[in-house]
Design a binder for this molecule. Structure first.
Ligand code: EPU
Length: 340
């Protein structure tokens, strides 16, 4: 079947914030060969290329010129490395949550705490997705990618991906330059439940299976986080801020109940959701946008708004937090086709 090219393609349903966006051209290659071919066409025509995944961590401007590519390569396979370790090769277009549940059902350990995170596997390394005490970087071995400028393929070792908290080389030096095509993850057949975060441990029995942990994580997330299919959102809108120890000390004197997490580098991570909540903004609404009523870290789009309106709303929240606590909030989703 030949590849379907769409012009003036509506992407409002292809970003979980439901922001209005039109792509000049759109294509969803389903094989590495198709992807390479599409990139050659784009280079020859001089079109700028934007790569989309599940659109769950993006703020899209209203017009994307050139070509928007969404890899639809969506399969995975397992390779036994020894009697405990299993290497998982997964294509970029596979839905992340489906991968998590499928591997948990097979009794493989490593990413069960990352259940129900929206988006495609290829997007997972970009912000080093993390939840409930686990980050992608804990299990990721390699990232396969293709350079947009010349179609060159490259395999990056995890150690070279610059992973940090919600951060990687793909948000920095390689931003807008590559398309991720495949990941390699190392999982384990040996039970290794990580239940230290929140009340996860209370939600499973003493010797849970990977699937039971994944299901408990799903239940926890469903209690707090809005389903983008029902209420448009991009998950956490701000990163949890890292502050110097003496800043945290002063804040804790004034707010002894403030959640805080000491980091190995001596800094202290604060809970952005708590800071926003303390400003009385949880559940607030201004026109098309609002602060979710169960998790203040999530901004929601009630409909009829655009990227500019969202950035204005987010800016006013960050300003309230800065005024009250002297802490700067940094946005988590990436801007695509729009500048601040
Ligand atoms: N809190 C409040 N009010 C709120 C929200 C949070 O007081 O409205 C307090 C909580 O009571 C808790 C602390 O803030 O003491 C932390 O809250 P929570 O455990 O809900 O997690 P989070 O720090 O707000 C982070 C991730 C989430 C991830 C959860 C669980 C970031 C930016 N967010 O949220 O990731 O699911 O931990 O691990 O790191 C995402 O990235 O889209 C996302 C949902």
């Amino acid at each position: 079947m030949s590849l379907a090219w769409h012009t003036h393609h509506d992407l409002s349903g292809a970003n979980t914030l439901g922001l209005p966006c039109v792509a000049e051209r759109f294509v969803a290659p389903a094989t590495p060969a198709e992807l390479a071919e599409v990139l050659v066409d784009a280079r020859e025509a001089g079109w700028p290329v934007t790569v989309l995944g599940g659109g769950s961590n993006l703020i899209l401007g209203d017009w994307l010129p050139g070509l928007v590519v969404r890899p639809a390569l969506g399969d995975y396979r397992c390779e036994a490395l020894d009697d405990q370790r299993v290497r998982v090769h997964v294509e970029a277009g596979m839905n992340w949550h489906e991968l998590v549940m499928s591997l948990a059902r097979r009794g493989l350990w490593g990413i069960e705490n990352l259940a129900l995170i929206p988006g495609q596997c290829g997007a997972a390394p970009i912000q080093n997705i993390g939840a409930y005490g686990v980050e992608l970087a804990d299990v990721l071995e390699r990232v396969h990618l293709m350079h947009l400028a010349d179609g060159r393929e490259q395999v990056l070792e995890a150690a070279d991906c610059g992973f940090g908290y919600r951060d990687s080389i793909f948000k920095r030096a390689l931003d807008g330059r590559v398309v991720i095509t495949r990941l390699e993850l190392d999982l384990s057949t040996r039970a290794q439940p990580r239940l230290g975060y929140g009340d996860l441990a209370n939600r499973v029995g003493p010797a849970p299976t990977a699937l039971e942990v994944a299901e408990a994580v799903c239940a926890l997330r469903q209690e707090k986080l809005p389903d983008p299919a029902v209420l448009a959102n991009a998950g956490s809108f701000f990163k949890n801020p890292l502050v110097e120890a003496d800043v945290a000390r002063v804040l804790l004197e004034r707010h002894p109940d403030m959640p805080h997490f000491s980091q190995p580098d001596g800094r202290v991570k604060l809970a952005a959701g708590w800071l926003i909540d303390q400003c009385g903004l949880k559940g607030s609404r201004e026109g098309a946008f609002g602060v979710h009523d169960r998790q203040a870290l999530v901004l929601v789009h009630h409909g009829g708004g655009d990227a500019e309106g969202l950035l204005g709303f987010a800016g006013s929240i960050a300003m309230r937090v800065a005024e009250r606590f002297g802490v700067t909030l940094e946005r988590e989703p990436r801007l695509v086709g729009i500048t601040e």
